[in-house]
Ligand binder design. Structure first.
Ligand SMILES: NC(=O)c1ccc[n+]([C@@H]2O[C@H](COP(=O)([O-])OP(=O)(O)OC[C@H]3O[C@@H](n4cnc5c(N)ncnc54)[C@H](OP(=O)(O)O)[C@@H]3O)[C@@H](O)[C@H]2O)c1
Length: 252
């Protein structure tokens, strides 16, 4: 069981639910919660204070996973506080934003939007891993779990659309699969997981929930529990796998 966890994207629907469920575990010693504006989140401030009250080392840190300097600063704080990470969950990600709408057809392809999606969904997770290399490469169990999406599966792409989101998640998958292979050599106990949460009721999916059957739209609590069960049970043989919320492997 993880004792020293970093959650990136902790202000998001799934990231916060994961943070709350880890916070309830008696085995937890450290919880570092990170997002671009984590320190400004009243909800995360309350959670941090509650943890501090229970003697858990809890920290809110602002970092932008698109920004190498920001990730270097995150690493410096973790080093300075001698936090012995054994779990990293990257729950950040982007599907839509002002000026970024999932494309339905070719004419909607926009270079700036594509770059932003790749920055957050593909470059972010591997730049975060690079920043955390001292912990990943230490010869002991550490899980690096990053949220991807089934629509990033090239094999599974039957509907088309959402060019940028699909492609950026596919790129993340390839980058993290490659990381898993490198880590097998450098730290055989490192476990890199690429996780699909299922369609979950958050601000990310809200504009697209109309056609989702009620029983297929998960709560963040349900998803957090399923993903944490996968993380708990994962061993080195699982490193580099693309796994759904139900524990089943997903085709690339
Ligand atoms: N919800 C779904 O149905 C669904 C389905 C499949 C996959 N996923 C994946 O699951 C993950 C979590 O999604 P969610 O539904 O919880 O989304 P969400 O509620 O929109 O949360 C996204 C999180 O990403 C953070 N983030 C965005 N850009 C960032 C950046 N540049 N640097 C650091 N953090 C950044 C956001 O924080 P700030 O903006 O405050 O920095 C926020 O904490 C994403 O990777 C998403 O693609 C979700």
């Amino acid at each position: 069981m993880a004792a020293h966890a970093l959650i990136v994207g902790a202000t998001g629907g799934i990231g916060e639910a994961i943070a709350r469920q880890y916070a309830e575990r008696p085995s937890l010693r450290t919880l570092v919660l990170c997002a671009r504006q984590a320190t400004r989140s009243a909800r995360l401030q309350l959670l941090r204070d509650e943890l501090l009250g229970r003697g858990v080392q809890a920290l809110l840190l602002d970092a932008d996973i698109r920004d190498e300097a920001s990730l270097a600063a995150l690493r410096a704080v973790l080093e300075d506080k001698q936090i012995d990470l054994d779990l990293v969950v990257n729950a950040s990600g982007l599907l839509h934003a002002p000026g970024i709408d999932p494309e339905k057809q070719l004419e909607q392809i926009d270079a700036a939007a594509l770059r932003t999606l790749f920055d957050v969904n593909a470059l972010g997770p591997i730049l975060l891993a690079r920043a955390l290399q001292p912990w990943l490469a230490k010869r002991r169990r550490i899980v690096y779990a990053s949220l991807s999406a089934r629509v990033g599966s090239i094999d599974d792409n039957r509907l088309g659309g959402w060019y940028g989101y699909r492609a950026s998640k596919a790129a993340q998958n390839q980058l993290l699969k490659t990381l898993a292979i490198e880590m097998r050599r450098r730290n055989p106990e490192a476990i890199v997981l690429i996780l699909h949460p299922g369609t979950t009721d958050t601000q990310l999916s809200r504009p697209f929930q109309r056609n989702v059957a009620q029983e297929k739209l998960f709560t963040t609590d349900f998803v957090a529990g399923r993903l944490m069960a996968i993380i708990d049970a994962a061993g080195p043989d699982d490193s580099g796998r693309f796994i759904g919320w139900d524990g089943e492997g997903i085709r690339w």
